[in-house]
Design a protein. Sequence first.
Length: 240
Amino acid sequence: MTTQTGTTFTSIIDYHRRQYDMEYASTAKLLQLLEGMHGKKDGLSVLDIGCGGGANIHHLKKKFPTWHFTGFDIDSDAISLARDRNSDSEFGIYGIDDAVDWLAGKSFDIVLALQLATTPIRATTCIARYLPLVKQTFLSLDLYNEGPFENDLSRKDVRTGETHCYQIDSLETVKALAKQHSFECTAEPFEINIDLPKPPYGVSATYTELTADGRRIQISHPGILLPWYFVVLTRMPKDE
């Protein structure tokens, strides 16, 4: 998960709490996309996969007060925060695999899977597993490339031995999954609208640089390019 702020945190819970007070650029874009697709619909059901501390659900509830939200995450501390701040939503402490049993027999109008790139689960694996639960829209925000390649990148801090991994999936795989399950697929690069400074020596954080054609790209110090995409899978209507 990327902070998109160029700021480091003392803990993941720090990050989750801050999300409640500050609507991140990714959340603002998520709200914009859902407003365009489903803004006039009442009572929709939404599943947030890997919901963290529930901050995205908090912001979604303010925008869409009649919608019903469910979320799960493997981090019990994050789920405690989510339950405390979103008492009218349902949360569970599950990973990607065992949540399937928890959700057995359920389906959702909208399923969200946001920023799985630094978790052990590939975004494409999650999409394949959860598309059958989707009635209308699956929305992913993750690291993708437009070619037929998957990349696994790692960054090791030689001072501590700590390693962070990034998984970059192929959009071609997503498009194939969409076709297999009768969904349409669209993808657009996610470009934040603020400049993030390069962190000082020895500090790991996300920063931005401008390309020659004026695009703002995100980079994880020290130098891992982060090609974030919003991918929308829309269930195609059944033939009459």
